[in-house]
Design a protein around this ligand. Structure first.
Ligand code: ADP
Length: 471
């Protein structure tokens, strides 16, 4: 089940791709946070300690390092137990000298929510009791929007570098995800199509070739090409085995056909050699030897012609010839023979010129085989004829006689090599090789034409239709 294996592999491939994309995206997304944690652990302690209001508290509010706070660009305010406001450094964040309990409570509640600012409140519980309120500009605020407080001058360079790195990172991340998901999507589409194609082929009972790695789509094409090639090779193999079968049949037919004349030659020559017979018998035996050797020779000659016509290397020379003139000349040669043997004849050859690309010797052989068959298998009084008609792209030659004809059952097989219909009205032995019509068919096909036996409606006589293409 190669198809099943292919589908499994493609699923595995899709899963691997998906996991890889997710891991890569997560990796990219968490890398900066991971770096921040590391940096915070290395340097953050000092910074956060320093930013705490509690670290600036002193036993007496007078001793607070106001200049240190100012240097950092922060604001510092003291709020005492009676909620009186003493402004120490930076701008006055309350804008008044005394707060109501509500105002102070509201301030404490909202202190952590001021965008862009850190407000830290520390209470000093000693001889001098007071709140120290530190207001520090945040260097950077993680939010949907990035807010940079111009007053955080101290961190300007760090913030710009940080922002540049972060923007580059986000652009790279977006590009990476977009491009990677696009190519992954394309590969997935290919693979899904591949799977559905594979499934279809599986449904159709076809097989496919799977190389079991990621490049299934491309390999599928290769697989298809190989399947196509395999199909062609199989077809060729079938043709070859068919031809091989035909050859074997031909050889067995040939040996069968040669067996009789060669056995006669052997028998009569042994008789001649063995006993001294009278002169008359000697003459008979010699004639039999001669006739049978002529017959064996005719069969071998016909077979040689038939094989030559079918061999791949055989390339006859074709010339453009007027078929009507060519036919008239051959038929004229036959007329005395027809008249001598008592046959009637009927020819319809157009006066006009019909040009056909042909090999004159081969086409002559076609005419000879067909006309001589009509004479050989029929008695005197039979009409032998030929008509030539011109069609748009072809020329139709009909060779016919109104003699004994060919039985319906045999009509399909008469172009098969060595197929003969002997006996009956044809006489016991025609002496033919059974290759005449097979040779005719091969010659017509070499001319790019077709030949067919057409049974006449009255079922009498023979009619062959040859169709040759016009040049
Ligand atoms: P062969 O060389 O024996 O004549 P062919 O291939 O030419 O072989 O013909 C095959 C068979 O077709 C012949 O044995 C013969 O019986 C039959 N046949 C061919 N032409 C005619 C015809 N004009 N009239 C009657 N029978 C024919």
């Amino acid at each position: 089940m190669k198809q099943n294996g292919k589908i499994q592999t493609t699923r595995k491939y899709l899963r691997q791709k998906f996991v890889r994309v997710i891991l890569a995206a997560l990796g990219f997304a968490f890398l900066p946070f991971f770096l921040m944690v590391v940096l915070q652990n290395l340097f953050g302690e000092k910074v956060s300690q320093e930013r705490k209001a509690a670290s600036w508290l002193q036993e007496s509010r007078e001793d607070i390092d106001v200049s240190g706070i100012l240097k950092k660009g922060w604001s510092a305010t003291i709020v005492d137990e009676d909620l009186r406001v003493t402004h120490l450094a930076g701008d006055n964040m309350f804008g008044k000298d005394r707060l109501s309990v509500e105002e102070w409570t509201a301030f404490l509640c909202e202190a952590g929510e001021t965008l862009g600012w850190d407000i830290d409140v520390a209470y000093h519980d000693g001889v001098d009791q007071y709140f120290l309120v530190l207001r520090k500009p945040q260097a950077v605020t993680f939010n949907i929007s990035v807010f940079f407080n111009q007053e955080a001058n101290h961190y300007r360079a760090t913030v710009i570098t940080f922002l540049a790195i972060f923007s580059t990172y986000f652009i790279a991340l977006i590009l990476f995800v977009a491009l990677y998901s696009k190519s992954a999507a394309r590969r997935m589409t290919d693979s899904v199509e591949d799977v559905s194609r594979g499934a279809k082929r599986l449904e159709n009972g076809q097989y496919d070739i799977n190389f079991g790695n990621g490049e299934t789509a491309e390999l599928n094409e290769l697989g298809k090409a190989m399947l196509h090639l395999a199909g062609e090779l199989k077809a060729k193999e079938e043709i070859q085995s068919e031809e091989e079968e035909k050859r074997m049949l031909l050889v067995s037919e040939l040996s069968h056909d040669l067996k009789t004349p060669l056995a006669s030659v052997q028998g009569y020559s042994e008789m001649l050699l063995g006993k001294t017979t009278d002169e008359e018998k000697r003459q008979d035996y010699l004639r039999m030897i001669h006739d049978n050797s002529v017959r064996a020779n005719a069969i071998l000659q016909a077979l040689f012609t038939y094989s030559k016509l079918g061999s791949a290397g055989y390339k006859p020379v074709f010339e453009t010839v007027d078929l009507c003139e060519f036919s008239r000349r051959i038929l004229a040669e036959y007329v005395p023979r027809f008249e001598d043997a008592g046959f009637r004849y009927h020819f319809v050859i157009p006066e006009e010129e019909i040009l056909v690309k042909m090999n004159c010797d081969l086409l002559r052989r076609v005419y000879d085989n067909l006309i001589e068959n009509s004479m050989k298998y029929n008695q005197a009084g039979v009409t032998i004829g030929m008509t030539i008609t011109q069609e748009k792209d072809a020329v139709r030659i009909v060779v016919f006689d109104d003699g004994v004809g060919i039985p319906k059952d045999d009509a399909e097989k008469i172009f098969t090599p060595f197929y003969r219909i002997d006996g009956g009205v044809r006489g016991k032995e025609s002496g033919g090789s059974g290759l005449g019509l097979a040779i005719v068919k091969r010659i017509v096909e070499l001319h790019g034409g077709e030949i067919a036996y057409v049974s006449s409606p009255q079922n009498s006589g023979c009619q062959y239709e040859i169709c040759l293409p016009k040049p």
